[in-house]
Unconditional design. Structure first.
Length: 346
């Protein structure tokens, strides 16, 4: 049988293989000359793979295989739907990551004006929404009917997604963390700056939580650069804020009012409940992102001595930093567990 023989639906054997997420068969067909760019009425092999009903790990392997054979991730069907939109509809976050990494247009629109983000919102795929926002999806793009992703979330009663889309803390930018190569380069620099102590990280988290609740996250860097601790903040006045560069009257007012309320022990925790939830959503997603980055580093790390042409960590600096990270991760686990217990009691 020819590898390009047309079977049921006009599909090729490769399309059926990836539709079942059968990596070994797909690789065999590709090695024997099957086209990774074949389309049937606008439906590509990659689209079929992105909509397979199987374990996502298996689907991601097939998608990565097709992308390694130069399949075009931006091919669209008759309705201008792309592979990224298909993956968003199914909620396959790993596949979304692969497609964007290989050049898929994250803000492309179909014939109705739907982006991949809008599709994910419509079908209630919360993790896909978070992933697309992280990769630079524009949540302000509307459909041809003038409907925004936030409008879709409300219409389809996806309340959690609606909160994500209306939270200013979740405006991700694809370039915010740089490319994988840039991240790896920064990771392996031998002249890395000394990491802050666990104590200073804890103080920073306290300040971040307060500033986030006041919608003043942009002041975090100012506070950090001036070594402002929690106790220091509680003693600050208007002139102290001006000295460290906080000159906006509105920002000053918010900070001073919050400090005053803390002193009076009249902070309304119920009013901060929604902001706390959004903050935790943001922290959770950032943790997921960091796990992905570290996993990426581990997967690229040389496994055999013969692969090492020079020592990556001759001064043992990276090992020391890793030990600090392990300790900080344990402290983070303790703090999150404590917060969870408090929330369960409230």
């Amino acid at each position: 049988m020819d590898v390009e023989t047309k079977l049921e639906f006009g599909w090729t054997p490769l399309m059926f293989a990836v539709n079942m997420a059968n990596y070994d068969l797909a690789k065999l067909l590709l090695d024997r000359g099957a086209s990774a760019n074949f389309t049937k009425e606008g439906c590509s092999v990659l689209m079929v793979s992105c909509t397979a009903s199987a374990d996502e790990e298996k689907i991601a392997r097939c998608v990565e295989l097709l992308l390694s054979r130069n399949t075009d991730p931006n091919v669209a069907d008759r309705s201008q739907m792309t592979s990224l939109m298909c993956a968003a509809r199914e909620g396959y976050t790993k596949v979304i990551n692969l497609l964007v990494a290989h050049g898929a247009e994250v803000n492309a629109q179909d014939s109705s004006g739907y982006t991949a983000l809008a599709v994910a919102v419509k079908y209630g795929r919360e993790e896909a929404v978070l992933k697309l926002l992280q990769l630079g999806a524009d949540k302000t793009i509307k459909t041809k009917n003038g409907t925004s992703p936030a409008d879709l979330a409300k219409f389809f009663k996806h309340s959690q997604i609606a909160k994500i889309l209306t939270s200013s803390s979740l405006n991700y930018n694809a370039g915010a963390f740089g490319s994988t190569e840039e991240r790896l380069s920064r990771f392996f620099k031998t002249n890395s700056e000394t990491l802050p102590s666990i104590e200073s990280v804890t103080r920073l988290n306290d300040l971040e939580l307060l500033l986030h609740g006041l919608n003043l996250s942009h002041l975090t860097e100012v506070m950090t650069n001036n070594d402002i601790t929690w106790n220091c903040l509680l003693t600050m006045k208007k002139e102290d804020l001006e000295k460290i560069g906080i000159t906006d009257p509105e920002d000053q007012g918010k900070v001073l009012d919050a400090v005053h309320q803390i002193h009076l022990d009249k902070v309304d925790l119920n009013a901060l409940c929604e902001d706390l939830q959004n903050f935790l959503i943001s922290v959770n997603h950032q943790c997921c992102y960091l796990i992905e980055v570290i996993h990426d580093v581990v997967s690229r790390f040389p496994r055999q001595a013969s692969q090492l042409v020079f020592s990556l960590d001759s001064g043992k600096d990276a090992q020391s930093i890793c030990r600090q990270l392990v300790l900080q991760t344990k402290d983070l686990e303790k703090e999150v567990s404590c917060l969870h217990s408090l929330l369960c009691k409230s």
